[in-house]
Design a protein around this ligand. Structure first.
Ligand code: ADP
Length: 412
């Protein structure tokens, strides 16, 4: 028996059926299949005359990277995760500086899984097993916490640090990871929240009461974390800004109150590690050592770089597929997955021409070190500035190359 295949099932919000029932109807539907394709989704419009599924299920997705190609139904264990998507969006916790009356967004709070992050995990493409490794690490950390493993005997904590250049998907990956955990650990944690602390904002200007604001913010976080059946993911973006603020304060460039506030944040975050249901996610655009001890000790520390040519190809292929599906680029044509091109040794045939042109564009963008963010912007620029009317796929790929050239000249 190979590794289990995760079957993620989104239950419709209006459905009142139990999870057990949903699992049963999905399972009996899937027994009609000979094999399942990891990464594939089945939407409710595809359920045809299966009324029970249509009424209760929005979408079924098969996820796992252990299986790269199709898996026979008889050969794999299916692990079901049934959930509904929250559609309320983020709630912003604002605080007011008593002296100036200025309002500050201290944190954004999402109930997970949320509609906003649906598909985010799948949209992030990395050449390495970055996503899967990070997910495994965190799942293991929760398993240890669950079993009461003594962190003094085996060193582990639930602090993740993703570092690397801007625009490489670090924040998105943290959000996607929180969403994925909320789905995968749904049995252990029936509720989940993501709290994004606006650390940069808290210290970007002089707030006479920063210390009090931090205390208030963590009172609220503690309230959330006290519910042991709730998974609390706390995201601190650009964590190096805390270290900067501290250094500036020490050099006398910032009022000493702010150093107290920064230290308070760091101590509070450090304390959160004690809660078995809390996960601290941090990102940093600085790659060297970060002068923040608790992050430095994080045992899940990964560097995130710009997409390789392979990842760039898959990102651009996804963008082209989306534009063809929406009729912006027409007619619909096939773009091969990279492994298909490789298997054919990049042979130039009528059918592979567009894919090869896209591969050339991906290589050019990777050679230029374009970030994931820059890549995702490219199709928009190509359409806006380098095509007219309804471009064919070949014309659109030419436009992508032109947009890339322009992006490179503009940033030089
Ligand atoms: P960072 O936090 O590293 O600055 P973000 O998470 O804000 O980056 O990412 C910016 C945008 O770029 C997002 O829309 C994200 O989807 C996209 N992006 C970045 N890297 C990748 C990647 N490897 N694969 C797919 N999309 C990416």
């Amino acid at each position: 028996m190979s590794a289990p295949l995760h079957v993620e099932v989104i239950q419709k919000r209006q459905s009142r059926a139990s999870k057990e029932y949903i699992k049963e109807i999905v399972h009996s539907y899937l027994t009609n299949f000979v094999s399942l394709t990891p990464g594939a989704s089945i939407g409710s419009h595809e359920f045809e005359d299966n009324v029970e599924l249509k009424e209760n299920v929005q979408c079924i997705t098969f996820c796992d990277v252990e299986h790269e190609s199709e898996v026979a139904m008889t050969e794999c264990e299916l692990l079901y995760h049934i959930y509904t998507l929250d559609n309320y969006g983020a709630e912003t916790d604002t605080m007011t500086d008593a002296a100036s009356g200025e309002e500050l967004a201290a944190a954004d709070v999402w109930a997970l899984p949320t509609e906003e992050f649906h598909g985010l995990w799948e949209s992030l493409v990395y050449d390495s097993k970055l996503k899967e490794d990070t997910l495994r690490f965190v799942e293991t950390a929760f398993e240890f916490a669950d079993r009461g493993v003594d962190p003094n005997v085996i060193a582990w904590n639930r602090v993740v640090l993703l570092h690397g250049p801007p625009g490489t998907g670090k924040t998105s990956l943290c959000r996607a990871l929180a969403q994925k955990l909320a789905i995968r650990l749904g049995d252990r944690f029936p509720r989940a929240r993501l709290l994004e602390i606006n650390a940069h904002g808290l210290f970007s200007k002089w707030f006479s009461e920063s210390g009090k604001l931090v205390a208030k913010l963590f009172d609220r976080i503690r309230e959330i974390v006290e519910d042991r059946r709730l998974l609390a993911c706390i995201l601190v973006d650009e964590v190096e800004s805390l270290a900067h603020a501290r250094r500036a304060a020490l050099a006398g460039l910032e009022p000493s109150d702010s150093i107290r506030a920064v230290n308070a944040i760091l101590t509070q975050l450090d304390r959160l590690k004690r809660h078995p249901n809390a996960l601290v996610l941090t990102t940093s655009n600085v790659t060297g050592a970060i002068d923040v001890a608790f992050v430095d000790r994080a045992d899940i520390k990964r560097r995130v770089g710009p997409p390789s040519e392979r990842a760039a190809y898959e990102i651009l292929r996804g963008c082209c597929a989306e534009l063809m599906a929406r009729g912006v680029v027409a007619p619909r044509e096939q773009l091969f997955a990279l492994r298909v091109l490789e298997a054919a040794r990049f042979a130039d045939t009528e059918g592979s021409r567009a894919s090869l042109a896209l591969w050339a564009a991906a290589r050019a963008s990777a050679a230029a070190g374009s970030s994931g963010r820059a890549l995702r912007r490219l199709p928009f620029l190509a359409r806006a500035l380098h095509t007219r009317g309804e471009p064919s796929l070949a014309e659109f790929i030419d436009a992508l190359l032109a947009a890339l050239q322009q992006q490179l000249t503009d940033t030089r």
